[in-house]
Design a protein around this ligand. Structure first.
Ligand SMILES: [Zn+2]
Length: 323
């Protein structure tokens, strides 16, 4: 099992059955206990190490008329470190060119997910991901794919309806596979992409094509990018990754091949690591691996058998390797 990601328990109850009712958003916003999360151009306000949720009294009337309002959900009991159980969260998506709102508390700033994720709790990171995913979809689907007419947001922001033919359109997600490759000697094969710093290594990922199963996509992508043939793939878990709209399906896979062949297009180098080699390479700075709260890191640590220590950790000692 993947441990930190993904939890079976969502942070927010999206109230899917009720949110389709007309007037639902208005009813939520009439309740003083709800909180507002602003979102603009892929960024949300962060204060210290938490998302800055605003009191609705401070937001009223202060946002442009074309701001999109979306119901995110209410906090599941015990799921959030600071918000009370059952707190309704409303997302306000400002147009990219609306100008930064002057509503933020002192010290808060708009950050993108990659800059914020290292600061945030897992609960806030999950809320950020949900906000990013639904905001991306609205921003990229202003028109009907059938007739080209404008669409309008309904169902508290979870459906867009064509203003001409009435067709209903829902948030899209693109499935992608991400694979930790294990060899016959239990070493892991990690790849370094041309787009990354030379010593950064990670698992291999790629999109599922139309008409293809996730398992077939894993086998195909791994053969294409690092040139090894997988003979077993095991699904471990998934992570929403809305950049712009992926759902990462995580696999642990095995190969009998020992000599990787990087494609030379995306992948610059593919390198085998034993558990001891990887931990020592990370601590010495010889290899960088994906950050915590990413499914790539979870897959690597699943193979490793526990957390991998980094140079900046409070106690940068080599974590025990489970046999
Ligand atoms: Zn239409």
């Amino acid at each position: 099992m993947i441990q930190a990601l993904p939890s079976l328990e969502a942070v927010l109850d999206r109230d899917c059955e009720q949110r389709v009712e007309p007037g639902y958003l208005e009813a939520v916003q009439a309740r003083p206990g709800h909180r507002v999360l602003l979102f603009q151009a892929g960024k949300a306000p962060v204060h210290g190490n938490a998302l800055a949720f605003l009191d609705p009294a401070g937001v009223a009337g202060g946002l442009p008329a074309d701001t999109l309002t979306i119901y995110l959900g209410k906090t599941v009991d015990g799921s959030h470190p600071t918000l009370p159980d059952g707190t309704d969260l409303v997302l306000k998506v400002l147009a990219d060119d609306a100008g930064a709102p002057a509503l933020l508390p002192e010290g808060a700033e708009f950050l993108g997910y990659r800059d914020a994720a290292g600061l945030l709790s897992a609960a806030d990171a999950a809320i950020f991901i949900q906000a990013q995913a639904v905001a991306n979809w609205h921003n990229s689907h202003p028109r009907c794919p059938r007739c080209g007419a404008a669409t309008e947001s309904e169902w508290a922001g979870w459906m867009r309806r064509c203003t001409v033919d009435g067709s209903e359109h829902f948030p899209r997600t693109d499935p992608a596979v991400i694979v930790a490759i294990v060899g016959a000697d239990e070493k892991i094969l990690l790849a370094s992409n041309f787009a990354w710093p030379a010593n950064r290594y990670s698992t291999v990922a790629g999109f599922v094509e139309a008409g293809e199963s996730a398992e077939q996509a894993a086998v195909r992508e791994i053969a294409e990018e690092v040139g090894v043939k997988l003979h077993a793939v095991e699904y471990l878990g998934s992570q929403a990754w809305p950049f712009p709209r992926s759902l990462m399906l995580g696999f642990l896979a095995h190969t009998a091949d020992t000599v990787p062949v990087p494609d030379g297009v995306e992948v610059r180098e593919a390198r085998w690591f034993s558990r001891e080699e990887l931990q020592s390479a990370v601590l010495s700075g010889d290899a960088g691996i994906p950050g915590r709260l990413s499914i790539a890191r979870e897959l690597i640590e699943h193979w490793y058998g526990g957390p991998i220590s980094e140079p900046g950790d409070a106690a940068a000692t080599v974590a025990g390797v489970r046999a």
